[in-house]
Design a protein around this ligand. Structure first.
Ligand SMILES: [Zn+2]
Length: 142
């Protein structure tokens, strides 16, 4: 029985798949499992098939490390694969960034404000004299 209820499966292939909150803080089951997985991945990475002894592309290193970590946990019976869910899902998102809690979109200050103080201008390097253009009137971007 899982500690945390699972989110509902999406009805359609491209429907949103809501996330559940997972406590990853020190000492939680997630933290303990992550440490075990990290040790298994490190052990593989330092071994004969790992990138230090067998030069390989980054994608192969990631794939090898994840494979070893998940296999280690599965062989110890510490994780279960929910094959009912796996088979029932019409599509499974692979981009973690797309479905997480929505971050607040920064808004511009008033037009002419110092861009260095504007959260929406931050990092955009506007042309000198670094003035905020103000709230956008363009509605095509939502
Ligand atoms: Zn701005």
């Amino acid at each position: 029985m899982p500690d945390t209820p699972k989110p509902p499966l999406p009805a359609g292939m491209f429907d949103e798949w809501p996330r559940i909150v997972v406590d990853t803080s020190r000492g939680t089951p997630h933290h303990r499992i992550a440490r075990l997985a990290t040790h298994a991945a490190d052990h593989w990475a330092l071994g004969p098939d790992g990138p230090l002894k067998t030069p390989q592309p980054l994608a192969s290193t990631i794939s090898g490390a994840v494979h070893e970590a998940l296999l280690h946990l599965a062989e110890l019976g510490l994780i279960d694969i929910d094959t009912d869910r796996l088979n029932a899902a019409k599509a499974i998102p692979i981009d973690r960034g797309g479905l997480g809690p929505k971050a607040a979109v920064p808004e511009h200050l008033s037009a002419g404000a110092n861009a260095e103080n504007c959260p929406a201008c931050k990092g955009t390097n506007p042309p000198y004299p670094f003035l905020c253009p103000g709230p956008t009137k363009d509605t095509t971007h939502g």
